[in-house]
Write a protein that binds this ligand. Structure first.
Ligand code: CP3
Length: 350
């Protein structure tokens, strides 16, 4: 079988999502959403009143419960593990906090080669055992047709937080390290590539049925800088998980000019954000690529009739080709009306 060589799996999967990842025919286009669990959901907020984000992800039973919420409420075709891309930096030795209204904050960001050298090499299975335990619980609890997606941040997006210490508008400090201290930059990216490869492999071994690499902020880069400073490290991670029998999704935002390089870096599925029409993205990447995307998350705030028109537009551009996974172009925003998210699932399945 042709697909056996691609993903090392002999059997054809039953789930729509896994079938689409392999460009097999599906009864309806599969749909799931980045950030499908979170504050826009009342059942998440109820749990969040009692626990912080880190407390939720560090208790496998709770993380599993939150992961299941959107599966039950929305009827999506895949579950994404409830965790955060920044979790691995805690056992690496950085102090991470999530500050209300501001996002992640790192107490002593990485600025020198000594800082990089002092980062611990972690063992994902023991240092992030709570993540692996949540995966094992979820594999027992999820219905068979709803596969579990594991994930990690890509080296650039991880490095940008570790260097900046939090979110950034212009990545001045991170790019500053790239240009002024290339040795430090490459040492950090290399360490991250090793760590993130091990983390994703451990998730697959624990039972993740697909993995996504989030390079959320990579669109800040010139394509040549991507090729020089980032591509080799993303490629290392994507290469490490290819051939492990599960589909690998490679996602970023603001990537219209980076798509070809991202495909070269790897992944069997490429995520598109909403700034590029899906058919144009597909054409750039080649018809043999599996595409995930790409509704604008803000269109979920539109009146239903307008939202329906936007969903139709994406579906029309996908044009029934095999290998389309419907998603947003980025994560669900806080305050998104839950009933609109649910309506999109129904529209896509129709
Ligand atoms: O449902 C899911 O998609 C799974 C859970 C998930 C979270 N973070 C939980 C979370 C996933 C896949 C992530 C990935 C993540 N985390 C990314 C990549 C995806 C993206 O959105 O680009 C990034 C860049 C992060 C870093 C991060 N974590 C930021 C910038 C923030 C603050 C943003 C905000 O909305 O406050 C977080 C916190 C975070 N991670 C929340 C959730 C649900 C907010 C929740 C809370 O405080 O309860």
């Amino acid at each position: 079988m042709k697909h056996q060589t691609v993903l090392g799996q002999a059997q054809e999967p039953a789930s729509r999502f896994l079938r689409a990842c392999r460009r097999l025919p599906v009864d309806a286009t599969p749909v799931w959403f980045m950030r499908q669990a979170g504050r826009y959901m009342p059942e998440y907020r109820t749990i969040r009143e009692k626990f912080t984000l880190l407390e939720i992800v560090q208790q496998p039973e709770l993380a599993a419960e939150v992961t299941l919420q959107p599966v039950q409420t929305l009827g999506v075709d895949a579950a994404i593990l409830f965790a955060d891309i920044l979790l691995p930096i805690i056992p690496m030795g950085l102090k991470l906090e999530f500050v209300k209204g501001e996002g992640p904050s790192i107490e002593s960001p990485i600025r020198t080669l000594e800082d990089v050298q002092s980062l611990r090499a972690i063992s994902a299975e023991s240092d992030l055992g709570h993540v692996m335990e949540a995966i094992r619980i979820l594999r027992r609890e999820l219905p068979e047709q709803v596969p579990l997606i594991g994930f990690a941040g890509a080296p650039f997006t991880m490095a940008s937080y570790m260097i900046e210490g939090g979110p950034s508008q212009d990545y001045r400090i991170a790019k500053g390290m790239m240009y002024a201290q290339p040795e430090t930059w490459h040492a950090l990216m290399s360490k991250l590539a090793d760590t993130l490869s091990g983390y994703l492999i451990a998730q697959i071994q624990a039972g993740a049925q697909a993995v996504q690499l989030f390079d959320s902020w990579v669109g800040a880069l010139h394509p040549l800088d991507y090729d020089r400073y980032v591509l080799p490290y993303s490629a290392q991670v994507l290469q490490a998980v290819s051939g492990k029998g599960v589909p690998v999704i490679h996602f970023g935002t603001n990537t219209s000019t980076l798509l070809k390089s991202m495909k070269r870096a790897g992944g069997n599925v490429i995520g598109l954000d909403w700034r590029i029409p899906l058919d144009q993205g597909w054409q750039l990447l080649g018809e043999d690529t599996v595409i995930q995307g790409n509704l604008d998350p803000v269109s979920l705030f539109a009146p239903i009739s307008e939202l329906r028109a936007h969903v139709r537009e994406v579906m029309k551009q996908a044009d029934g080709r095999p290998g389309h996974i419907f998603n947003l172009g980025h994560g669900i925003l806080q305050h998104t009306p839950v009933e609109n998210v649910k309506a999109v699932v129904e529209m896509v399945h129709e």
